[in-house]
Design a binder for this molecule. Structure first.
Ligand code: NAP
Length: 257
């Protein structure tokens, strides 16, 4: 049994849907107080309402992880609402597809800014408060795509997800003297609202490539983040947890049969 995180103050970026909403739901279900951020104000309000309706504590904030002033506002709002920032889940990210022969510099820059600058700015904004926390935690949502695998159409995305790990490793060393750990969760294929829209046939095809024979749930990622946020994970820093049902393991198609 892990020490309870009840009452701890958590920020989750990109929390209006998908993995971020799942992370927020898991933390709130354990009694944490969760500030949820996304750009679309109606959607983030709705997601925070859902958590409150289920008995959790949440606060919705509209903001953009690529804006330094929005991130400062996010950190100050968390302090106003909860009195501290103990855990930052830097989860917001985008994955528009573009093959190299059609990729514009705008496509490239957009993904770099959203996924890499959008990891750095929330961390920087929350840093002083995380230092004041008893056990500060930073958990970055990376991906298997980039650090481990490649996927045509996502070279820019893969570069950002691998880049996040470089950030995590140096941040872990810099912040260790302050008792802050910095780790990354690497999801495989996770069942999000966007993926559901692709239909059952597409999803079945994806599941066939996964040894556990299903896609991950957003809660699967939430529980990995919850573990990294626990007191018991205090000696783990600069590391990654792959949460993919074994997707990266098979050496060949025959290994799956
Ligand atoms: P999603 O369903 O598209 O949700 C993305 C969330 O991020 C939304 O809440 C979105 O809301 C928010 N967001 C996007 N850009 C933002 C910005 N500039 N500022 C603030 N919020 C922003 O995505 P997801 O599939 O859950 O992915 C979440 C993270 O998991 C990403 O980092 C992604 O790389 C990673 N991941 C996902 C999978 C997967 O299978 N789904 C696999 C591996 C890794 P707004 O648009 O309203 O801002």
């Amino acid at each position: 049994m892990l020490t309870s995180i009840r009452g701890r103050s958590v920020i989750v970026t990109g929390a209006s849907k998908g993995i971020g909403k799942g992370i927020a739901r898991v933390f709130a279900s354990q009694g944490a107080r969760v500030l949820m951020l996304a750009r679309n104000s109606a959607e983030i309000e709705r997601a925070a309402d859902e958590i409150r309706d289920a008995g959790g504590e949440s606060y919705a904030l509209a903001g953009d992880v690529t804006s330094s002033s929005d991130m400062e506002r996010m950190a100050s709002t968390a302090i106003e609402q909860f009195g501290s920032i103990d855990i930052l889940c830097a989860n917001a990210g985008i994955y528009p597809s573009a093959r190299l022969d059609e990729m514009t510099q705008n496509d490239w820059d957009g993904v770099m800014t959203a996924n890499l600058t959008g990891t750095f700015l929330p961390v920087r904004a929350c840093l002083e408060s995380l230092k004041n926390s008893r056990n500060g935690r930073i958990i970055v949502t990376s991906s298997i795509t980039g650090p481990i695998t490649g996927l045509p159409g996502w070279s820019h995305y893969g570069a950002t997800k691998a880049g996040q790990l470089g950030f995590v490793r140096t941040a872990a060393i810099e912040l260790a003297p302050h008792g802050i750990t910095v780790n990354a969760v690497l999801p495989g294929n996770i069942m999000t609202e966007g993926l559901k829209d692709l239909g059952p046939e597409y999803i079945a095809q994806m599941a066939a490539a996964i040894p556990i024979k299903r896609l991950g749930t957003v809660e699967d990622i939430g529980y990995a983040a919850l573990f990294l946020a626990s007191e018991e994970a205090a000696f783990i820093t600069g590391q990654t947890i792959v949460v993919d049902g074994g997707q990266v393991l098979p050496e060949s198609l025959t290994a799956l049969s």
